[in-house]
Design a protein around this ligand. Sequence first.
Ligand code: NAD
Length: 261
Amino acid sequence: MSLKGKVAFVTGSTSGIGLAIARQMAKAGADITINGFGEATAIEAERQAIEKDFGVRCVFAEADVTKPEAMDAAIRLVEGQLGAVDILVNNAGIQYVAAAQDFPVEKWSKIIDINLSGVFYGIRAALPGMQKRGFGRIINIASAHGLVASVHKAAYVAAKHGVVGLTKVVALENARENITCNAICPGWVLTPLVQKQIDDRAAASGKSVEEETVALVSEKQPNARFAKPEEIGALAVFLCSEEARGITGTSQVIDGGWTAQ
Ligand code: NAD
C-alpha cells in the first residue's frame, strides 16, 4: 500500500497510537507532520527517526488542538513546507474517569475541547486545501466508546459519540470531492492513556498491576488481548489508499469483539 507523494498530518503523535500511525504512514511513503506535547529533545529524536527510518520528510507542528487559530496556522505551515495536507488524522485525546455526579466540570470541558472540538478544528483547517486539490483522507480516532458506553466515562463517551457523528456529516458534505472521512474505533490499546487507568485501578483495589491489566482487557474484549498501536496504523494506511475511496462516513472497529456483544 503506497502513500508516496502524499502528506499526512497526525495530531497527538508524540506518543501512543498517534506515533504508531505516523510511523506506519511514513513506512508507506507519506511525508509526515507530527504534533503533540512532550519534551522537545524527545520529539526531535522521534522526528529524526521517522526521516531516517523511512526516507521521508517529517516536520513537527506545535499546535494545541483546542486552539482553532493554532490549528489553522499549523496546517498552513505544513502546506507551505511540504506542499499540502492530503491526510489528516485527528488522534489527540485524553481520558478522565469519575461518576457523572462527581465529574469535575473543568475535566468535562477539557475532554470535550480536546477529544471533540479539537477534531472539528483540525477538519475546518484542512478541508479547504483538500477541496482545492480534489483529494483528502480524514481519519478521526474515536473509540469503542464512540459506539457504546462504560461507567465513569461521561465526558469521554459523549465526546467520542460526537466524533462519530461529526465524521458522518463531513463524509456527506464531501462525498463528491474525492475526500473521505472515517472514524476508527479501537478497543483497548496499551498506551500511556490506558496504563494510567490500570495503575489507578491497582491503587484502588490493592491488586497487582499485572492482575488489573488482565482484568481490564478481559472484562470488555472477548479476545482478551490489547491491540497493538501498529494495528491501528495499518488500518489508517488502508483508509488512505485509492482502493478505500468508497469507504466514507464509517466507523471501523478494532476491538476484539467488544461491540459485537
Ligand atoms: P496517549 O496519551 O499515548 O497520546 C495522546 C497524544 O495526544 C499525545 O501525543 C499528547 O501529547 C497528545 N495531546 C494531548 N492533548 C493535546 C492537545 N491539546 N493538542 C495536541 N496534542 C495533544 O494516548 P493514546 O492511547 O495513544 O490515545 C490516542 C487516541 O486514541 C485518543 O484520541 C484516544 O481517545 C484514542 N483511543 C485510545 C484507546 C486506547 O486503548 N489507548 C482506545 C480507543 C481510543
